[in-house]
Design a protein around this ligand. Structure first.
Ligand SMILES: [Zn+2]
Length: 156
């Protein structure tokens, strides 16, 4: 099972974005570092808001711009740092992907312009106590989807 870990600084960014968006969905692109076999850490993410997931992923231009900037900053180490996938919030319902979410991710992983071997979808919400809750799923170009393990680093 693929493991995706979220470092504390990225968790802070997510919590702030979710709080600011309130009952609206927010989301964006995930950039990750390959830590080891089947293990990735989210190092950076973009935050877009005020719409539905399908509208975020159409904002390809700004997402690709963020990606290029990230790669420049990481010294173009494409083997370690790469596009990992997408994230968005489900402010008022379960963090499991909807049918539309599944379809959108399959469209991305099958898009030859993206050229990904797999893409990850993370869905987050804030619990009533303001804590981050989430789910992780991995999509493959053959059309399959697998539950993945989401690790919130450094939460005692
Ligand atoms: Zn969704």
């Amino acid at each position: 099972m693929l493991k995706v870990s979220i470092p504390p600084d990225v968790q802070r960014t997510l919590r702030k974005a979710l709080q600011a968006a309130g009952t609206d969905e927010c989301g964006g692109v995930l950039m990750g570092e390959h830590m080891g076999p089947g293990h990735f850490a989210v190092r950076q993410l973009t935050v877009q808001g005020g719409g539905r997931f399908a509208s975020f992923i159409r904002e390809t231009q700004s997402a690709l711009h963020a990606l290029r900037k990230f790669f420049r900053q990481s010294g173009l180490d494409y083997a370690r740092f790469n596009y990992l996938g997408e994230w968005h919030s489900h402010p008022s319902f379960s963090v499991q992907p909807s049918t539309t979410d599944h379809q959108s991710m399959l469209d991305i992983v099958k898009d030859v312009r993206v050229g990904a071997n797999f893409v990850v979808l993370l869905i987050f919400k804030l619990s009533c106590r303001g804590e981050l809750e989430g789910s992780a799923h991995t999509y493959l170009p053959d059309g399959s989807c697998a539950r993945s393990s989401l690790v919130l680093e450094g939460i005692p």
